[in-house]
Design a protein around this ligand. Structure first.
Ligand code: PHE
Length: 441
């Protein structure tokens, strides 16, 4: 059954595609402000510690489940143990919820990119620019459609010619742009203060909540518990060393998050001062444009910045869409083009309320949240942690860590297998349970 599956053609292609999924808006928009808010260097260290232990273990488990079964998330769990198929179903639902609103945000990024390239540096920095854009009815919808259709335009070409080829271009591009902008911002006069603020451990800001934030961010950032890594694992050949590939993916993901902070924090510091970092989610669309507007070459830096963010969002959206398409193909035996069409229809229907929720439909609230916030909340804070816990229990106690170790050792020795078994059985489920319950307190 996995023989006729379209596989990644190279190890590096797989690593870039999986890292592309991991590196996304979470790294560029969320990580820097979380780090700034939660004790700088300390947060960074805790984050990296989690990523290299718990994160890597869960990712190894997911990729191995995918490769072992050669199937996407629903079918993979069913094949391993039909009583636990429900975990696969829950995992498969997550990308269906995330892709639509992620693409709405992707559309906003496209809009900003075009604004910068048409010389709109000052326009984008105007006070009401962002709110008046997202509350408009048609324009954000059109950009959303452009973004999601572009994603589908890559997926249509399949794993090798679509996903792998796009990742081989987008990921190096993203990395170069990040490094270039980071170098430029830290060379600005006064930037060092911002760099120090970002890197220097500030124990006073580090609370139990910061540790929770670091853990939650790590799961989201590594694209765990949403069927993506299982799907990508199902396209992996048996020769690839999963342990070393996963370590590289986690390192790339942490490095880009770190560099994003290095690029953004000093910039905000120099032009707007420390208080501006407290703006949280508005950082990327409201605060940064103000910094670009006050700097030399603001149009170019702003334009380059939004291209980089677009690349990051696109590779993540590709992985979300692929996870859905693969589920439809495996579950309903649909052809790839039919599965893509179905995915598009569902995603567009679900994306419309997320887009209109900031304007025309802003009166419709679900539990007090607009549609976009609601979809983000239920997927990240409720379904994903649940799927993550169930995945750990399933791997740790149902199929047992040995099943994963055996899969990893098809290519080479699994060096940290003891650590892996311990993490997946005890530490990972414990951490995720704490994340899940802490939200209700
Ligand atoms: N890992 C991505 C990020 O850091 C988030 C993501 C979410 C990716 C959903 C794919 C799917 O932004």
């Amino acid at each position: 059954m996995c023989n006729d599956r379209n596989l990644f053609s190279s190890r590096i292609g797989f690593i870039l595609a999986a890292a592309g999924s991991a590196v996304g808006l979470g790294n560029i928009w969320r990580f820097p402000y979380l780090a700034a808010k939660n004790g700088g260097g300390m947060f960074l260290l805790i984050y990296i510690l989690f990523a290299l232990t718990v994160g890597i273990s869960v990712m190894i488990a997911e990729i191995s489940v995918g490769r072992k079964t050669g199937l996407s998330v629903c079918s993979a769990y069913r094949k391993l143990n039909s009583k636990f198929a429900f975990i696969g179903i829950a995992g498969a639902i997550v990308p269906v919820i995330i892709l639509p609103y992620y693409s709405v945000i992707g559309g906003w990024i496209l809009k900003y990119m075009v604004v910068y390239f048409t010389g709109g540096n000052q326009v984008a920095a105007a006070d009401n620019f962002f709110t008046s854009f997202i509350s408009n009815t048609t324009s954000p919808l059109i950009w959303f459609l452009v973004f999601i259709l572009s994603t589908a335009g890559i997926i249509v070409f399949g794993v090798k010619k679509g996903i792998e080829r796009a990742s081989k271009f987008l990921m190096p591009g993203l990395f170069l742009l990040t490094v270039a902008i980071a170098i430029y911002t830290i060379s600005l006069p006064g930037a060092m203060e911002g760099v120090i603020y970002y890197i220097k451990p500030n124990p006073e800001l580090l609370t139990f909540n910061s540790v929770l934030n670091a853990m939650g961010q790590m799961f989201y950032s590594l694209s765990l518990a949403m069927g993506i890594m299982i799907t990508y694992g199902s396209y992996l050949d048996k020769k690839t060393n999963i342990e070393s590939a996963v370590t590289k993916i986690a390192i790339i993901d942490s490095l880009v998050a770190f560099l994003a902070g290095l690029m953004i924090i000093p910039l905000v510091f120099v032009f707007l001062g420390e208080e501006a970092l407290g703006t949280g989610p508005g950082l990327m669309f409201v605060t940064l444009p103000k910094a670009f507007a006050s700097m030399a070459f603001g149009n170019i830096i702003g334009g380059a910045f939004f291209i980089l963010v677009l690349f990051a969002a696109l590779t993540s959206a590709i992985s979300l869409m692929e996870a859905i398409v693969a589920s439809f193909q495996d579950e309903f035996r649909l052809s790839r083009s039919k599965a893509i069409a179905l995915t598009l229809i569902i995603s567009i229907l679900l994306g419309i309320p997320s887009s209109l929720g900031n304007g025309a439909w802003s009166d419709c609230l679900i539990f007090g949240m607009d549609f976009l916030t609601f979809f983000d909340h239920i997927s990240n804070n409720i379904i994903m942690p649940l799927v993550a816990i169930l995945t750990c229990i399933f791997v740790g106690f149902v199929i047992k860590p040995e099943a994963i170790i055996e899969e990893v050792e098809l290519s080479c020795k699994f060096r940290k297998k003891k650590l892996f078994s311990f993490m997946i059985r005890y530490i990972a489920p414990l951490c995720i349970t704490i994340i899940l319950f802490s939200q209700f307190l």
